[in-house]
Design a protein around this ligand. Structure first.
Ligand SMILES: O=P(O)(O)OC[C@H]1O[C@H](OP(=O)(O)OP(=O)(O)O)[C@H](O)[C@@H]1O
Ligand SMILES: NC(=O)CC[C@H](N)C(=O)O
Ligand SMILES: [Mg+2]
Length: 507
């Protein structure tokens, strides 16, 4: 799940983009990048690492210009080589840079077509570079010396016909402005807003999450609609057009469970409200399944489960206590590359407060169980701290299927719930009992307050194996599993790093 941002302003945007990426850091910790534009020249800085490590003063001062885009990366395709950090650049037509959140599901086909039919060169194994080249090719086909919004919309219309999967995009065309694109299903989030500068001029921002707009003083206009393009030309005029087919919106429900920050709104639905309701529904289910429960205390597993766990405790009428202290300098473990690193990080990140466990029956609450890395170690810690019984509740249903839309869960056998019943998962993680949220309840929880509960559709593929784009079959999933499972990826990352694919101009 990457984070993207673009700003069109009347004063330098380097610091604002840096701040936006910091606010979006929870969406990607592996690499970061910013491109700005001034007088027809792009200035790029991108590399592996957190935002604070990638940009030093010397880089910031070189990022000149009043328009720019940025990216924080959590790889789901290609490798972890710094050459695959984003934004990507292509020189023709005009000079275009692009940053992408999501994952293309027909990358191989597109690469073949780009090479054989469009005569284009793709230098990395990133799907985002492919996406950029498809856009560039389609824009070139419009054949305009000076493209207008009409040409840009036409190019994206063709891109929608060619590119499958999930893609929320920000891009910049040298001399012609900035645009945001959301795929026809609206799988990944994208929102835009405006603010007024001291001289009364309107500035625009496009970003993955509304928190980035809040932090920079932009007022939200609305979410970019599925299949819509938002274009701000070099003169600062805004144009929007729905260029994709009319499909039912199916945005990713896992954004509400884990990825997004609770203070964000996605498609009119508050992530915080969704998590509160997840806690309420989960409490109801626990009361149904264990009416005579003997829970003494509810303890959240920081960070993401806290909102749900507090509400769950309120509804159960049981004490809520912070039983784990989180090391604030360790990032999110689930989005780290490689199981060894994830495993090590749980212990570095979370430490129990013995007092809250000793001789108590504790209910541990997490937002989700994916590989089981976190809950297994946490349950062990709870027992070592003297807990009597350790129960576990997951605010999301069991994750049994791979994700193909921008969450790095490529191999079903790496998922602890794959091929296991709920009860078997409980045993595998070492809990006395385990309760999972029901999918219908999760859907209800994520439905915006002004809509009928449960009427909104979402991509729930990790829970039900139904892939909304309709192009995913067993063969695709088998190839994905073979190429991106933990050990295959580790080998590829090592190879790419030593091969030094490195074609980008570092500011
Ligand atoms: O079953 P697993 O494979 O361990 O994955 C699930 C865990 O990973 C995430 O936490 P993470 O540390 O990434 O982020 P957080 O601090 O936002 O909770 C999530 O919140 C669960 O705790
Ligand atoms: N998580 C994402 O959105 C990843 C974007 C892109 N597929 C990459 O791997 O860089
Ligand atoms: Mg967590």
């Amino acid at each position: 799940m990457c984070g993207i941002a673009g700003i069109h302003a009347y004063s330098p945007v380097n610091q604002s983009l840096y701040d936006a990426l910091t606010v979006l850091q929870h969406r990607g910790q592996d690499a970061a990048g910013i491109v700005t534009e001034q007088d027809g020249k792009f200035f790029l800085r991108k590399s592996n690492g957190l935002v604070r490590d990638v940009f030093h003063t010397r880089h910031m001062t070189r990022l000149k210009g009043n328009t720019g885009i940025g990216h924080v990366r959590y790889p789901t395709a290609g490798s972890a080589s710094s050459a695959e950090s984003q934004p990507f650049y292509v020189n023709s037509p005009y000079g275009i840079v692009l940053a992408h959140n999501g994952n293309l599901t027909n990358q191989q086909q597109l690469v073949r077509d780009l090479f054989k039919a469009d005569l284009r060169h793709v230098n990395t194994t990133s799907d985002s570079e492919v996406l950029l080249n498809v856009f560039a090719h389609e824009l070139q086909l419009q054949g305009k010396l000076q493209p207008t919004e009409v040409d840009i919309f036409a190019a994206v219309e063709s891109l929608f016909k060619r590119c499958r999967g999930a893609y929320a995009v920000v891009a910049m065309i040298s001399g012609y402005g900035m645009l945001g694109i959301r795929d026809p299903y609206g799988i990944r989030p994208l929102v835009y807003g405006q603010r007024t500068d001291s001289r009364g001029r309107t500035e625009y921002m496009i970003a993955s999450e509304s928190v980035a707009l809040d932090a920079l003083g932009f007022t939200i206009i609305r979410d970019v609609q599925p299949g819509e393009v938002v274009y701000i030309n070099a003169q600062g005029e805004l144009f929007t057009k729905k260029c994709g087919p009319s499909l039912t919106q199916t945005s990713c429900i896992f954004e509400y469970v884990y990825f997004a920050r609770p203070d964000s709104f996605i498609d009119g639905s508050s992530v915080y409200r969704a998590r509160v309701r997840m806690g309420e529904y989960l409490a109801n289910k626990i009361m149904q399944e264990h009416p005579e429960h003997d829970i003494d205390v509810v303890i959240p597993i920081p960070e993401s489960s806290r909102t749900s766990a507090l509400e769950l405790a309120n509804h159960l009428g049981v004490k809520f206590r912070e039983g784990f202290v989180k090391n604030r300098y360790i990032g999110r473990t689930f989005i780290m590359p490689g199981q060894a690193m994830r495993k090590k990080s749980v212990k570095q990140k979370l430490n129990p407060i013995g007092l809250e466990f000793k001789d108590k029956n504790v209910l541990l609450v997490d937002d989700s169980i994916v590989r089981g890395t976190t809950c297994q170690q946490i349950i062990e810690m709870a027992r070592e701290s003297g807990a009597n019984k350790v129960y576990f509740a997951s605010a999301a249903p069991a994750i049994r299927y791979p994700n193909v839309y921008g969450i790095d869960m490529p191999a079903k056998y790496e998922l602890i719930a794959h091929d296991r019943t709920d009860q078997e998962v409980g045993t595998a993680i070492g809990a006395d009992w385990l309760v999972y949220q029901d999918l219908e309840d999760l859907i209800k929880a994520a439905t915006p307050s002004d809509e009928v509960d449960g009427a909104r559709e979402f991509d729930c593929s990790v829970f039900n194996g139904k892939y909304v784009t309709g192009d995913i079959d067993e063969q695709y999933l088998a190839a994905l599993e073979a190429s991106r499972n933990d050990s295959a990826r580790e080998t590829k990352d090592k190879e790419d790093k030593s091969a030094m694919i490195d074609l980008h101009n570092n500011a």
